[in-house]
Design a protein around this ligand. Sequence first.
Ligand code: FAQ
Length: 330
Amino acid sequence: MTAEQAGPAAERVPPDLQERFDATLARDQRVEPRDWMPEGYRRTLVRQIAQHAHSEIIGMQPEGEWITRAPSLRRKAILFAKVQDEAGHGLYLYAAAETLGADREDLTERLIEGRQKYSSIFNYPTLTFADVGVIGWFVDGAAICNQVPLCRSSYGPYARAMVRICKEESFHQRQGYELLMTMVRGTAAQRETVQDAVNRWWWPSLMMFGPPDDASPNSARSMAWKIKRHTNDELRRRFVDMTVPQAERLGVTLPDPELRWNEERGHHDFSTPDWAELAAVIKGDGPCNAERVARRRAAHEEGAWVREAALAHAAKVSARAAAEREGARA
Ligand code: FAQ
């Protein structure tokens, strides 16, 4: 068994370093890049933050497909801004991963070679413009439920990146809901389009929170390290409770006949998502996995000249600065 598998206690490290790390967590203080940390903690963070960054970048694709087809200049400008925000989120997160010693180029390679995951939700197609609204409402809503607690994550750079990301996700969620509100006030055909999008995105959105707690191998350790603050099922339940009244207000039906308020539990009861579908999508067999990764790979290859030009420019600037320093010394 490796130290990582065994958890923090099994790693052989000087006791004062481990004690200091444990005390930082116990006091709910932040672990910072220069602090000593168990190797398993570092690797878990790189895994989660990289997957999160990849999700933001791949997540630009489903909605990005609608930028040229948005029905008005206003909707186009809003969508453009949203997709651009997602690129920004990806960049903050790659930067956070780099504070742990990860290399962004390497993380990108792992993504396009299928060696690192990204969220299952972005492997579903966006068939109509209502899907853009439902992604804002459900997917950004789920992201908010999942990510607001991550603002209290024990690793400083991740927690701080989440604060800004969550503010922008809130705007994204509202724009989605406002878009849908506009559509449901339109024609019967528009209302049907919204209901159809709701039917298609509901279950994948519940799956975003990950497998159920008894099938989530990483949760216990990530909770002990205060990387995750709630379990997958807790957050899924919170999302359902938050979304039901919003659906009522919008006048759409969530596609689950078992969905009802449970007075005793103080939460909604709902059906079990199709975990076999989640497993298949995570494995690469979702409706759009191949397309999403191929698009990301092509964008990376098409962007090679930009990276090369930026590196050449940086080398010139630093050579010029070195020559100037040399000249000043002579
Ligand atoms: N999809 O043991 P757990 C967004 C994997 S950003 C794919 O429960 P963990 C913004 C998991 O990685 C959305 N894989 O794992 C936006 C693990 O595999 P590994 C992304 C999944 O880490 C909106 C294995 O299954 N958000 O939406 C999924 O403790 C609109 C076992 O699972 C984040 O990344 C899944 N759904 O909990 C952008 C938030 N679920 O690595 C554009 C941060 C699980 O052992 C438009 N991440 N897996 O091989 C987290 O909170 C956690 O990583 C979880 C998973 C909750 C996702």
